[in-house]
Design a binder for this molecule. Structure first.
Ligand SMILES: [Ca+2]
Length: 166
């Protein structure tokens, strides 16, 4: 168990997110990301934490957890690590994809991760655990270019998150 949570996720970046079998630049891949925050008051060792998402093999599949990445090192209290799809490096990212996070890592996989035509969840697991200690999900067809914000256990478009706070 760790005091780290998924706080934001951009599953459907503007541009060529839907490319299949085609070329997606490091900039485009890196524009798809998830932010994890240490919401505790002490530094958090991420060495035994892994982030997963839900993968589907076809339309009838009910989905299964698939590992996105693990981590090395510690996340200080209050700090945010952003996990970008692709391999970077950071200097190819657009400003909007660099701002708002303290650390940046890459999945090192040459493909997009987060579902567009199905919903998806960011699940944080202790290594070897069968259930996530933190889970946040969004609905299918997230708006293009939107950064989804945590609201309860959902990740919702910013406009929706704002209205729910009223
Ligand atoms: Ca996506």
């Amino acid at each position: 168990m760790r005091n780290v949570e998924t706080v934001r996720l951009k599953p459907n970046p503007s541009g060529k997110d839907r490319t299949r079998g085609g070329y997606a630049s490091a900039t485009q891949l890196g524009a798809e990301w998830v932010d994890l925050k240490n919401v505790g008051t002490t530094s958090c060792d991420l060495g035994d934490v892994e982030v997963y998402h839900i993968a589907y093999s076809d339309r009838s599949d009910s989905g299964r957890w698939e590992k996105v990445t693990g981590f090395n090192g510690k996340l200080p209290a209050g700090k945010i690590v952003r996990v970008h799809s692709g391999s970077g490096p950071i200097n190819v990212l657009r400003d909007e994809d660099q701002l708002g996070a303290d650390f940046h890592i890459f999945t090192q996989k040459d493909s997009y991760i987060w579902n567009n035509d199905r919903g998806d969840c960011s699940g944080l697991f202790m290594v070897g655990a069968s259930q996530p200690f933190d889970k946040a999900c969004y609905d299918a067809y997230p708006p293009e270019g939107e950064v989804l914000q945590r609201s309860g256990n959902k990740l919702v478009p910013t406009s929706t998150a704002a209205s729910r706070r009223l």
